[in-house]
Design a protein around this ligand. Sequence first.
Ligand SMILES: Cc1cc2nc3c(=O)[nH]c(=O)nc-3n(C[C@H](O)[C@H](O)[C@H](O)COP(=O)(O)OP(=O)(O)OC[C@H]3O[C@@H](n4cnc5c(N)ncnc54)[C@H](O)[C@@H]3O)c2cc1C
Length: 292
Amino acid sequence: MAALDNFPDIVKRNEPLAPYTNLRIGGPAELLVQPRNREELAAVVRQCFRETLPLRVIGKACNVLVRDEGVRGVVMRLAEPAFTEIHVTGKRVTAGAGAPVSALISQAAQSGLAGLETLVGIPGTVGGALRCNAGDRAGDIGQFVAQVEVLDTKGEVQVRERDELQFTYHWSNLDDPVLLSAAFQLEPDSPDAIVKRMRKAWILRRAGQPLTYQAASRIFTNPRGLSASALIEQAGLAKTRVGGAEVSERDAGFIVVHPGGTSRDVLRLIDLVRSRVHERFGVELELEIRVW
Ligand SMILES: Cc1cc2nc3c(=O)[nH]c(=O)nc-3n(C[C@H](O)[C@H](O)[C@H](O)COP(=O)(O)OP(=O)(O)OC[C@H]3O[C@@H](n4cnc5c(N)ncnc54)[C@H](O)[C@@H]3O)c2cc1C
């Protein structure tokens, strides 16, 4: 029997991942699983660990580069309503890990709950944002997290409370196989004031980033006390192109992928940028994007 044959309704074999990624590139998943509820999700997770099948969860792949060769094992996608609901109770907003961060922010704002609006314009899902502690100098998602529900390797739900959680620059200690949902503790404010701050944050974020119609990803983390974008720019690498991949001219920390570009082009451009920055400044740029 082939792997996960017992889940024919929710498993796609050899499914191209490009349409599910922000960059629209990359090869297929051996098994793409889209569970409809927590029971199916838990059963698949248990089977993956029992049969040592590699398991990855994909959000909107804004921080993932899928190689052209594709991904062995299981790629899980939490796109069904059971994983995308958002509820507001008092000062707490609870969101499924598959919910878009944009939906979380707007629901909080409409409910007169402040804090998350500084994250406006960061693409991706709640799960991806938690794992990567999405944010910037104005704040990060981690600071508002009250608790997170996860699935452990046995497929059992566990609750990670605030005092167990650590969030630092683009990192969290949420390393369980699947993040299910998170509760955010926010502060009341007038929806008008929140929307005003949201607009300001949006304008600031969009001003520096690649144009909205371009498929783009942030590639490197900022070395301590430095800016990856500034180093790349100062090394004269803005607009450098390898195949269909190009260093963005608006923010050199981003790579833009033109139609026909491949993951191989992006990886070759990454190597080029890293070696030039190293030659010029002696700094090793670390990848922010995860390569699958
Ligand atoms: C134009 C642009 C602007 C950006 N600006 C910012 C910015 O200002 N600040 C910032 O911090 N980031 C920024 N990013 C990066 C990116 O948006 C964030 O890292 C985002 O939070 C990733 O979410 P995602 O759903 O796409 O996660 P993915 O890229 O799909 O996944 C990221 C990681 O999280 C894991 N993961 C995702 N969901 C789950 C889950 N439910 N359970 C377990 N693991 C999971 C994945 O396996 C992977 O390891 C930007 C990206 C782009 C393209």
